[in-house]
Design a protein around this ligand. Sequence first.
Ligand SMILES: [Zn+2]
Ligand SMILES: [Zn+2]
Length: 352
Amino acid sequence: MRRLAIFLGALMVLAGVVFAALERAPVESWLFRRIAFHAVSQPKPVLAEKNELAVLFCGTGSPLPDKSRGGPCTLIAAGDRLYLVDAGIDSARNLMLWRIPLEKIAGVFITHFHSDHIGELGEIRLQTWVAGRNKPLAVYGPPGIERVVGGFNEAYALDAGYRTAHHGAAMLPPDAVAMVPRPIDAGTVLELNGLKVTAIKVHHDPATPAYGYRFDYGGRSIVVSGDTAPDQNLTTAAHGADVLVHEGLSPEMVAIMRDALAASGHPRQAKIFHDIPPYHTSPVDAARIANQAQVRLLVFTHIIPMLPNSFAERLFLHGVSDVRPDGVEMAHDGLIVRLPANTTGIRESGVP
Ligand SMILES: [Zn+2]
Ligand SMILES: [Zn+2]
C-alpha cells in the first residue's frame, strides 16, 4: 500500500514536470497553482447548524507568553450568527488561520479591560470589515467600554482610510468600519432571534466591574466566566447550564514559579506571581462551582501558568477528579464544543 502511494506520488510529480515543461513554467509554479486552488476552494467551517449553540476556543491562554495558547478569546455560534467574548492577542490571527467567516461576527462581548482581553480588538475591527461586515460592530462591555472602543477606532482610523482609498468604497465602505461601544449593566443585555445573552457581575477587583456572560439558544446554554475569583453570582447564573467555560489558575504551580523567580534574583516577576492568585480561581474551586451549579461540562480556559506538557497538565488538574470525577475538559486553541438544539448531547471536535 505504502509503495503504491509513493509510486503514485512520484507519478504526479513527474506529470507535473512534463506539464510544466510543456507550459514552459517552473514546476514550483505548477505545484503552487494546484495547492492554491485546492486550499481556497475548501468550504469554510460550519460551527453550528440552525438552532445549534456552539463554542470555539480561539485563545485559551493568559498574559503569560505561551506558544500553544493565544490570548483570551471565546467564539460563540448561535446558528450562523457569531459572537466573540474577548479579543486577546492572536484572536484574529487564529480565526483567520481556521477560515472562520469573520463577517458573521455580529457582536463582541468584553469581560473586563485587562489588556490580555482587549489586545486584538483593533484587528477584529479591521478583519471583520475586510471579510465583508457591512455595518458597524457592536462591542458590549462594562462602563468604560466607550474609552476602549474609542481608542481603537482612533488608532485604526488612518489604516481604514488607506484601505478604502486603495480598494474602493464599494468593497470597504467607510461607514461600516467603526466599532460602536455598548456599555451594559449586569442582566439581560441582548435578546435577538432566539438568542439571549446575560451579563453576570463577577469578582476581579480592581478591574471592576467585570462580567461573565451566559448564552441561551435552542434550549441549550453556555456560560463564560471571564476572569474572576470564586463568585456566588456566577454560580447562581450558571445554574443548569450545559457548559461552564471557567478560567483556571493553579495556586501550587504559581507558588513554585514565584519561589523560583525570587530565588534566582527576579523580585519584580516574583511579586507579580505573588499578587495574581487572589483574583483568579483554582481548578479545584472551579470544579466545586461546576458541581454547585449542576452544569454538564466544565471546560478550563485562561490557563495559568503555561502548561508545556501532559505532566504539567496533570499537576494543573491535581485534586479536581476528587471533587468532580467526570465532566471536566481542558480547552485548547481550536477546540469546538457543539450543543444540538433541544437535546442533552455534547459533541467535541477540532477546527479542520
Ligand atoms: Zn485575563
Ligand atoms: Zn483580568
